[in-house]
Design a protein around this ligand. Structure first.
Ligand code: ZN
Length: 383
């Protein structure tokens, strides 16, 4: 394996991947015995309490107690060695298992703790423990907004304006509010930037500004609310894929090289829960967002070795001009922006703002085909 001194070492066993999956959503999931309720961690093929093989990864309570703390001064891994000293705690969860966790803040044996599962700079799961009631934000890689230079595309749209406001409130040092046709006023940290994702020359012209971007928020998108075949022509499908997929890729390609050189950076892609299942009423939009979702995964993998974090945001219906024809309930753009900023600070990789997205995500996990058929049912009856 290539040495990457700027990253922690990465493990890739099947158990590590299940932990990674939970950490990506900010959930503490461990294998639970379906027969007796015992939490089997470290995981195995059988429950060590009743020998059942019915183990299921479920969200468990992180409440527990600190048994012991250890201060490490040296590590054989260069990444950790540069970050010494480092405190590790052995904690026992009230629900059963004992795990070793990185300590957040101060901790002593006997303290009541809460255990969290988060991703580290290499995108691998790591346990973090902090004292109960400690409200201090968790230290997550690429999780800082204060003082950072943020670029938001589509900044004159409903969610775009809300994102700019949310990043300003979170203390961003500079916010480049990008839009195709301007119309945004400079104020405080906010600087307007003219950028048309379908015209590469406008991206090239902004090269100097783009080189300083530390957080790229790809929010610009088109939605013509058309069916794939019901649409009279290809124009809507072409415009959607040009902005939602190709335009986003074009901008990421312009911004990523500087992030790679700095070994730090965050890219946030505003998608939709409909990237995971097609709503035929707006079939071509969903297809373009599915392409964006796939792009998010691919870019994340390509940038992970350089310590650059890539986050996907998958809201349900949002109350904007783009979804004017869509029936309620819709969440407010401000709520989407708030949850997006919260997910950045919290170290999540996938963010599902709002009840609609969360519920649909859970049902897709359970039975994606059933959800596909349900959304197909919203089409008007054919003549
Ligand atoms: Zn059992």
């Amino acid at each position: 394996m290539r040495k990457r001194p700027h990253l922690p070492p990465a493990g890739r066993g099947p158990e590590a991947l299940r932990l990674t999956s939970a950490a990506a959503r900010g959930e503490l999931r461990l294998p639970v015995c379906t027969a007796c309720g015992h939490i089997q961690y470290p995981s195995g093929e059988f429950c060590s309490a009743c020998l059942s093989d019915g183990l299921e990864w479920r969200v468990v309570s992180g409440v527990g107690r600190c048994l012991a703390t250890t201060r490490l001064h040296r590590s054989s891994a260069e990444y950790f060695d540069r970050r010494m000293p480092c405190d590790i705690a052995t904690v026992r969860l009230d629900a059963g298992p004992t795990v070793a966790a990185h300590v957040e803040g101060e901790m002593a044996p006997g303290d009541g703790i809460e255990l969290h599962l988060r991703l580290d700079a290499a995108g691998q799961a790591v346990f973090r423990a902090r004292r109960q009631g400690d409200e201090k934000a968790m230290s997550v890689p690429n999780g800082e907004i204060a003082g950072r230079c943020v670029l938001v595309t589509g900044a004159n749209g409903g969610i775009g304006r809300a994102l700019v406001a949310a990043f300003a409130e979170a203390g961003a040092g500079r916010i480049l509010a990008a839009s195709r046709d301007g119309g945004i006023a400079a104020a405080g940290p906010i600087t307007p930037l003219t950028l048309d994702l379908t015209r590469p020359e406008t991206i090239a012209a902004a090269a100097d500004a783009l080189a300083g971007v530390e957080i790229l928020v790809n929010n610009a998108g088109r939605n013509f609310n058309e069916g794939l075949l019901a649409a009279g022509a290809m124009a809507a499908a072409e415009a959607e894929i040009q902005v939602n997929y190709l335009g986003t890729l074009r901008l990421i390609r312009a911004v990523a090289p500087a992030m790679k050189r700095r070994n730090v950076g965050l890219i946030v892609n505003l998608s939709t829960i409909l990237a995971h299942v097609n709503l035929p009423l707006m079939g071509s939009y969903c297809a373009s967002k599915a392409a964006l979702h796939s792009l998010t995964q691919g870019v994340r993998a390509e940038l992970a070795p350089w310590g650059v974090r890539v986050m996907g945001v998958y809201p349900g219906a949002v109350d904007t001009a783009m979804s004017a024809d869509f029936p309620p309930p819709k969440m407010s753009p401000a709520a989407v922006a708030r949850e997006t900023v919260g997910a950045i600070l919290d170290g999540r990789e996938d963010c599902y703002p709002g009840d609609m997205a969360g519920e649909l995500r859970a049902r897709l996990d359970e039975d994606a085909k059933a959800v596909e058929r349900e959304l197909a049912g919203y089409l008007p009856e054919a003549d």
